[in-house]
Ligand binder design. Sequence first.
Ligand code: ADP
Ligand code: ADP
Length: 232
Amino acid sequence: MIEIRGLRKTYRSRKGSVAAVDGVDLRVGEGEVFGVLGQSGAGKSTLLRCVNMLERPDAGTVSVGGLEMTRLRRGQLRLARHGIGMIHQHFALLSSRTVAGNVAFALEVTGAPRAGRKQRVAELLEMVGLTGRAEAYPAQLSGGQKQRVGIARALAARPKVLLSDEATSALDPETTESILRLLHDLNQRLGLTILLITHEMTVVKRICTSAAVMRDGRFVESGTITELLRTP
Ligand code: ADP
Ligand code: ADP
């Protein structure tokens, strides 16, 4: 579902250059949950942002669902991105819109026909366990509820792939567990492929089928969770 080959991304500034991603190869099969584990500065976020082309790689190829992202023009890329949802550490919700309004906005952006929107919003909120909070504003929600809105919004366009950028890093352990359980459910129920980045081994152990450890822009280890845990 996701195939990355020879990916490189270097940031250049007056202070010098940083090879944030320095030759990464990765395959994530349909329905897999793949974790990229590493410390701050390892290049995880850059790697993730190259998958939906929020960052343009300097070299290498990225394909999602058989579509080579690195070759698409702007208009095609916008469409391709509808097939890739993304959730964030700090949720990135619109504070002036209600829960329903935030999800409806995602539907609007992807050009979903107006007629079915209200029902689809209700369906998405049910999927993430937020029925009853539709009229609340983000400021009235707990962190876990905010992330549930983030997940509902990410799933609006029925993506095949979900990118998770430290989605539980701002949450306490109990809330983290409930969000991971939700992601696991969605993976099982929808066959959603998930690529997640995290600095927490517990997250990887909890829901990933395979993972890689990233350091200085490279994968220093990768394999199934069983294989990784066996490594001394
Ligand atoms: P991680 O997500 O693992 O913390 P990042 O991908 O954010 O790692 O960063 C990898 C490296 O690239 C770091 O050294 C970081 O300082 C650098 N970097 C990330 N984004 C930028 C940017 N927009 N401009 C310059 N350097 C950047
Ligand atoms: P906001 O003012 O926060 O942008 P609105 O109340 O104008 O939000 O609603 C925006 C869209 O959200 C509506 O067009 C509708 O499709 C959807 N919506 C609003 N409230 C609900 C609800 N309770 N259940 C389902 N969908 C809703």
